[in-house]
Ligand binder design. Structure first.
Ligand SMILES: C[S@@+](CC[C@H](N)C(=O)[O-])C[C@H]1O[C@@H](n2cnc3c(N)ncnc32)[C@H](O)[C@@H]1O
Ligand code: SF4
Length: 361
């Protein structure tokens, strides 16, 4: 039976270990390069992420310590190594896997996504020796006449010489059932453990291409593509009968509502300053005051408005003074002039993305 998980996704048999940690927000997302030998029409990466850049979650990585710091803040129990194709910068990827294992121990679970184009036996051996626990292949399945597809499929066979979990991970593309079935059978015959299927989503950079190809979003509020989820479910039903693989159909809703929220909540506990409230969604909520001269504003708030200094934090980078929500509400009522007060909600992430701003009268 295909079962619905508590995370708005669907599964047949056991969830891969990498997914079990990811849905709980316990996986660091380690993007080791945007470089990739492929050019999938559905590639979600923005143009600046297609470059040779490194990120740990949303944090740009300048030094290896940035990776350790981010993983510690998140209290991560593992990492998903992604890209691009992490094998396009193999030495860097190997170095980071070793670093994580050295700092957080052997049990820190690391899985990696790859096209397979560069998965020679020698390269896989380096990843295995670094401690990689799980590898997921995404070959050019929807372009089966390409030269790369043949190389990727050949290379995948090398992965079965090592004692780690091997699986596939592909998007569910409406109209491509035959290809997806073929891949499930191929994996099953090789002795793979699982096939993960992702509900297809558009991103800013692919919306036009997907619309031109006749795909439609499921609604105005969602990035998911119509028919992808249903096709994924059909594959899971077929796969349960015809293969012995485990399947996980990862939905757009899981990524937004569960995985991201759980990761944010873990981060929020570490990032929240005393005057910030952690919301149900894992965002940080607090009050702010904005005014041209922050020093003048600070002096006014402490001396004239008699706000205890320990309730205030001058954030020069963002040009504002931060405080508890209730204090901002009271001050907005009492203070006249050009000072502007707001309640804001931000992600507890490195970039502190603002998701809500309520002006106070
Ligand atoms: C974002 S990629 C990262 C690793 C690598 N770039 C790749 O494509 O395999 C991870 C997985 O996302 C899936 N994916 C790629 N494009 C997608 C899209 N537009 N919507 C949903 N899933 C997608 C693929 O199944 C892929 O294995
Ligand atoms: S393999 Fe991944 S990164 Fe590479 S083009 Fe395809 S979706 Fe983009």
């Amino acid at each position: 039976m295909v079962r619905e998980t508590p995370y708005f996704s669907y599964a047949v048999r056991e969830l891969p270990k990498g997914c079990q940690l990811c849905v709980r927000g316990e996986k660091l997302v380690l993007f080791t390069t945007g470089v990739c030998p492929r050019d999938c029409f559905y590639c979600p990466l923005s143009p600046w992420r297609r470059e040779d850049v490194v990120y740990a979650n949303e944090r740009p990585v300048k030094r290896v310590d940035d990776i350790i710091e981010e993983a510690s803040l998140q209290e991560a129990k593992g990492a998903g190594v992604t890209g691009g194709d992490p094998l396009a910068r193999l030495d860097r990827t190997v170095e980071y896997i070793k670093l994580l294992k050295e700092n957080f121990g052997e049990d820190f679970h690391v899985h990696l996504y790859t096209t397979g184009a560069l998965a020679t036996r020698k390269n896989l051996e380096k990843l295995y020796d670094a401690g990689l626990d799980e590898i997921r292949f995404h070959p050019d399945l929807f372009n089966p006449n390409s030269r790369l597809f043949k190389v990727e499929i050949e290379n995948m066979k090398n992965a079965f010489d090592f004692d780690w979990d091997v699986g596939g991970e592909i998007p569910s593309i409406p109209g491509q059932f035959e290809g997806m079935k073929w891949y499930a059978e191929f994996l099953d015959n090789l002795g793979a453990k699982f096939l993960n299927v992702n509900e297809l989503e558009f991103s800013e950079s692919t919306l036009k291409t997907l619309l031109d190809r006749g795909f439609q979003p499921v609604s105005d509020e969602s990035a998911a593509i119509k028919g992808s989820l249903e096709l994924g479910l059909k594959l899971l039903e077929w796969g349960e009968e015809n293969t012995s693989l485990s399947y996980h159909l990862c939905t757009a809703k899981l990524k937004d509502a569960v995985q991201l929220r759980n990761r944010l909540k873990r981060m929020a506990k570490k990032m929240a300053k005393p005057y910030m409230e952690i919301t149900e969604e894992g965002t940080l909520r607090f009050g702010i005051a904005e005014y041209g001269d922050l020093d003048e504003l600070y002096e006014f708030l402490v001396e004239e408005a008699e706000v205890p200094a320990e309730w205030l934090y001058v954030n020069r980078e963002k040009g504002r003074i931060e405080m508890p929500e209730e204090v901002a509400v009271e001050l907005a009522d009492a203070v006249e002039g050009d000072v502007k007060f707001f309640i804001v909600e931000e992600y507890p992430t490195w970039d502190g993305l603002e998701v809500e701003r309520i002006p106070l009268p």
